[in-house]
Design a protein around this ligand. Structure first.
Ligand code: DGL
Length: 273
């Protein structure tokens, strides 16, 4: 067995991918991680597929320049926008968030009705429906774009009792609730931050599928398959890189990763990569 101490590269438009970082650390505490968030251009959700794809390719170049051994696209919008040729060109294994979530949701549903919430671009892409059709053609997806969730998370409107967030969530989740879906895919890595609000509205009988969490499990399987695990017995480190000012990022990142980020996040000029 090889000991591969190179970091796992993780990217997203801003804070959302940090929920995936937390899951990666829970699943593989010994792995080193390099995170890249690009708040200078985020959020991705309202943008066109071609723009999101271009940004995602650039994000991956940033990570490759840091010597990562694997890339995790901790962004549903990017996962839905990248083309097979973008991924085939990569010199390292690639894990996205969409297909692992579909597999788990298909296994979890009992009545075949699966709710899906995500950014407008992810929902518009139809990528979840296509992936689900391959796994369970009979499953019905009830999709709801939630454009305001990402700005709410990016701006710290995340407390479980935040009245604004609750009202917005009630409106976004109304159709999924009415459909009787027994499973709900959180098809955006920002949304696990809002899990307490979402699960209170959906009720205990609905299984929430966290796309970032499932991607972390998929990443572990992938590293094991390619014999690329870090075999150290000590906890790995996380390096944070952002494309814009680090202050807001660090402040809002802290509750997500559960440790101080201030002073550790580094701003980089992505045009120079
Ligand atoms: N967290 C991302 C996702 O999973 C991106 C959100 C955004 O940039 O709009 O889709």
């Amino acid at each position: 067995m090889k000991n591969d101490i190179r970091p796992i590269g993780v990217f997203d438009s801003g804070l959302g991918g940090l929920t995936t970082v937390s899951e990666l650390r829970r699943t593989m505490p010994e792995e080193n991680i390099v995170y890249f968030g690009h708040p200078a251009r985020g959020p991705n959700g309202p943008r066109s597929r071609e723009t999101v794809r271009r940004y995602a390719r650039q994000d991956m170049r940033v990570l490759l320049s840091r010597g990562v051994k694997m890339i995790v696209a901790a962004c549903n919008t990017a996962s839905a926008s990248l083309l097979p040729e973008d991924i085939e060109k990569l010199p390292v294994p690639f894990v996205e968030v969409l297909h692992p979530a579909v597999e788990v949701a298909a296994a979890a549903t009992r009545n075949g009705r699966i709710g899906l919430i995500g950014t407008p671009a992810t929902i518009r892409s139809g990528a979840y429906e296509r992936a689900m059709h391959l796994v369970n053609p009979k499953a019905q997806i009830i999709a709801s774009p939630c454009a305001l969730f990402v700005p709410l998370v990016e701006n710290g409107f995340t407390a479980p009792d935040n009245e604004v967030t609750r009202l917005v969530a009630e409106q976004y989740l109304a159709q999924v609730r009415k459909s009787g879906a027994d499973t709900l895919i959180l098809g955006c890595t920002h949304y696990p931050v809002l899990k307490p609000v979402i699960s209170r509205i959906m009720g205990g009988g609905v299984t929430l599928v966290d796309s970032g969490q499932e991607a972390a499990h998929a990443a572990k399987r992938c590293l094991m398959q390619y014999d690329m695990c870090n075999l150290s017995r000590t906890a790995g480190s996380v390096e944070y890189f952002v494309s814009d000012s680090t202050e807001t990022f660090a402040e809002n990142a802290r509750p997500i990763v559960g440790e101080p980020v201030a002073g550790r996040a580094v701003q980089i000029d992505i045009e120079s990569v």
